[in-house]
Design a protein around this ligand. Structure first.
Ligand SMILES: Cc1cc2nc3c(=O)[nH]c(=O)nc-3n(C[C@H](O)[C@H](O)[C@H](O)COP(=O)(O)OP(=O)(O)OC[C@H]3O[C@@H](n4cnc5c(N)ncnc54)[C@H](O)[C@@H]3O)c2cc1C
Length: 537
């Protein structure tokens, strides 16, 4: 066992001999390194590519300052989450942060430190202390992923299979027994990867939206696969939109990290007005959802929005924020002297596959970690830089917890394997992404959400032969249905028809795909009834 296997595997059944991790971002790589026994790690492309983790710019939140504590970190996490954070989980991730940063430091990650060797801690919106651990300014994700990929490749206990794309869970008597996947260029020949314990580390849903900061691989595949197998899903309506994607017409949109505003960069419109001052007492350091909606409204009013870092950062920009500087330069923008055009973009999913404190899902044999999971740590709005932390904490927890289950032997066979024979139509994917941005985006209302559910249902029926599209439509339906049912505004979820928070909704959402479909059916029937009534008038 051990080593790198390309997707040229000739067998159509691969035995993981215990634990299978699907997805090789930070959560998947870290869990593989932390597990004590043999692990098979499935990566869709080459190890480390196609992961949001590699694009992270801010860093990892951890209460390491002398004026800080895990209790304060948990309190900030709770406050950002707008009343529905699971406080126990918030304390758990804040409490385990220092140990996980220590794990990374031992892997040789070159965290930014001062002359005495102490971490240089950055500050981001809604954090009451400086507590963001960074690497070479804004290169946290890239540096951490490079080190983890190297460590995984050097670990003989970990068998890496590259070039297989998972599309469906394998189930026996309700228990997860691995996944079906196909080689990138051969959708018609499914491969069953058999496992006693399967850990999903498949990332987020940003790519379901037309404007996103996420890589194209982040299209809700993990959420969709688990939901289609009957898993309980939590808080899917809560999508975080990043206020400052660089608006240069690229898909995905490059990100201008929040740390720029943390360092004093301001937001102005094309009239030169600093519009955030009138919106929130913390101006540019207001919670993400508030800033994102303010930018959205500027653009909707026909104005433009810009990040102005000229005064606050100026000449130190290239050294302090090399990634953002490179993105800007590639578009002919010099942020030392020019304004950076920005727009809000789908960025992070607070919801996901519901898991307990050990990352166990409601399906026996399936764990979920990282962005595809919903632990309750983020509530309605994630505190900046808490997601890498959550991926580490729950990656480690899943790695220990699976040990108990991995001894249960699985004998799943490739009988009646599903086939991914119809490629997702580019038109269907584009229609889905547009629908999600226009109808299920930063500002939502009943009519738009019902229309979106009707459109998602039509796309699902039309694309029934393609499991990838079915995973995407399942994830989209869950987001839209939960958004329709939550008739209030809270955190990342804003309803123009219910603009205030309603204490009766101060709880997390838990639902299955069947529940979401029922909501969709009711919405579709109500649209038809209204249309008939109008026609009869
Ligand atoms: C631009 C950007 C900047 C960010 N900055 C920060 C930050 O500073 N701090 C912070 O805490 N968070 C940040 N985030 C969020 C954070 O990066 C993510 O939440 C986190 O990296 C998710 O890690 P993950 O391992 O769960 O998923 P990912 O890193 O996205 O990895 C998912 C993996 O699953 C694979 N995959 C997907 N579908 C399939 C399939 N069907 N079959 C097989 N493999 C598949 C992907 O290829 C990938 O390898 C940022 C996100 C973005 C997009």
């Amino acid at each position: 066992m051990g080593g790198l296997v390309s997707a040229g595997v000739s067998d159509n059944v691969i035995n993981a001999h215990g634990v299978l991790i699907v997805g090789a971002g930070l959560a998947g790589l870290f869990a593989a390194l932390r597990h004590k026994g043999p692990v098979t790690l499935l990566a869709a492309a080459s190890l480390g590519s196609g992961a949001s983790s590699a694009w992270a710019q801010g860093g990892i939140a951890a209460a390491l300052g002398t004026d800080d504590s895990p209790e304060l970190h948990a309190l900030d996490t709770d406050a950002a989450g707008a009343g529905i954070v699971d406080k126990k989980i918030a304390r758990l991730i804040a409490g385990e942060a220092a140990a996980r940063i220590d794990d990374l430091a031992r892997l040789g990650i070159p965290f930014d430190r001062d002359a005495k060797g102490h971490f240089v801690l950055g500050r981001e919106a809604a954090h009451s202390r400086h507590r963001i651990v960074r690497v070479t300014g804004d290169r946290a994700g890239a540096e951490i992923m490079t080190a983890l990929v190297k460590a995984v490749k050097n670990e003989p206990r970990i068998r890496v299979i590259e070039g297989l794309i998972a599309f469906e869970l394998a189930l026996e008597a309700g228990r997860v027994t691995g996944v079906y996947a196909h080689r990138i260029a051969d959708k018609a020949s499914p491969v069953l990867i058999r496992a006693d314990a399967t850990i999903f580390a498949l990332g987020g849903v940003g790519g379901l939206f037309e404007v996103t900061t996420n890589p194209p691989q982040a299209r809700g595949q993990g959420l969709g696969m688990a939901a289609r197998a009957g898993a309980l899903i939590a808080d899917p309506e809560f999508v975080q939109f990043h206020p400052t994607a660089i608006a240069v017409g690229r898909d995905p949109a490059p990100l201008a990290t929040e740390a720029l505003r943390g360092e004093g960069a301001i937001l102005v419109n094309d009239r030169g007005e600093r519009f955030m001052a009138a919106v929130h007492k913390d101006a540019e350091r207001a919670p993400r959802d508030v800033v994102a909606r303010a930018i959205f409204r500027e653009l909707r009013a026909g104005r433009k929005a810009f990040l102005d870092a000229r005064q606050a950062i100026g000449a130190s920009f290239p050294d302090a924020f090399p990634t953002v500087f490179a993105y800007c330069k590639a578009e002919g923008i010099d942020p030392r002297t020019d304004l950076i055009p920005v727009a809000a973009a789908a960025h992070y999913h607070m919801g996901g596959i519901a898991v307990n404190e050990n990352a166990r899902t409601s399906l026996e044999g399936l764990w979920a970690i990282g962005e595809c999971a919903s632990t309750g740590a983020h509530g309605a709005n994630r505190l900046a830089s808490n997601s890498l932390l959550e991926a580490l904490v729950f990656g480690a927890r899943a790695a220990s917890d699976v040990a108990s289950a991995a001894s249960r032997k699985t004998h799943a066979a490739l009988r009646g394997a599903p086939i991914a024979d119809t490629p997702p139509s580019a038109y269907a994917v584009a229609t889905l992404r547009k629908t999600m941005t226009v109808k299920v985006g930063l500002e939502r209302n009943e009519a738009d959400l019902a229309t979106a559910l009707a459109a998602i249902t039509r796309l699902e029926r039309a694309g029934a032969g393609d499991p990838h599209l079915r995973n995407m439509t399942a994830a989209a339906a869950l987001i839209a249905a939960a958004a329709l049912e939550r008739t209030e505004s809270r955190g990342g979820h804003f309803r123009t028809d219910f603009p205030a928070a309603n204490p009766a909704f101060a709880r997390r959402t838990f639902l299955t795909l069947d529940d979401a479909r029922q909501t969709a059916d009711t919405a579709v029937r109500s649209i038809s009834a209204k249309a008939e009534a109008q026609a009869a008038q």
